[in-house]
Design a binder for this molecule. Sequence first.
Ligand code: SF4
Ligand code: ZN
Length: 291
Amino acid sequence: MTSALTPRWAIDTERETDGALAQTLTLFLVGAKCPFRCVYCDLGDAMIDGATPVGSLPNQIRLGIAAAQADCHTIKLYNASNLFEKRALPSVDDATIAQLVSGYERIVVECHPRLIGERMERFADALLGTLEVAMGLETVHPDALPQLQKAMTLSDYDRAAGRIDKHGCTHRAFVLIGAPFVPPEASLEWTVKTASYAAGRGARVISLIPLRPRVGSTVPMFAPSLAEVEQALERSLQVAPEAVVQVDPWGLSRLSACPSCSQARQERIVHMNLSGAVEPPVRCPRCAENQ
Ligand code: SF4
Ligand SMILES: [Zn+2]
């Protein structure tokens, strides 16, 4: 039995490494919960118990592409889990999915570094476009990373990045702004170090994700302010000039900021995402943040 659910979708513009702008369709697919239990992650809340039924993700992808009706360069198949894990996607569906996305030049999927292997390589071989694997690096802070319960070491990330690159694919790194267990006063410094680390492992894109504190968690978590996000982006752009460094644009309006300049700060972040350059700071008569 297969699901006939049209997934949520979004269309964004992303900068390419050569500065060109590309339209990107993201499909938010619903399937099996991720088997990992990262302390900050709430993505599993919207997922299903049990394995993803055969045919469900191909159906969602078909419906999502039809609903968006957009001529995009890139498609992101985000399943809040790991596309190359058998409970998340039955392997009999791989070929159908490869066919469904044949109109896109880049296909971005999510996967934990420890699940990068032969299946990823076979999937990449079946695509007409280029596979890009998005992996959570989160933070390279040596005490914080193990406490995130991500079941990943930096060696796991390095090995996965090397294997992806060797197979002619690319990767993007997710980096947290405000990672739990990183001392708040050192948070900016470690975000920048983590972006620099990802760039050193060949990440084509570095997506900075403002922490979304998990409701009900006993782990202390704090969302960064918009001004802190601006600083993280400015500094990360400078340490990773070869990569496309950007802030995840979804949910910026939820971050705390002075009401007079919140809109201007969000727009500044979006402009920096697209230009790859540090833009003039926001001058606000009501607050002194970032001036
Ligand atoms: S591996 Fe990714 S999707 Fe899975 S729990 Fe961790 S952050 Fe969430
Ligand atoms: Zn202000």
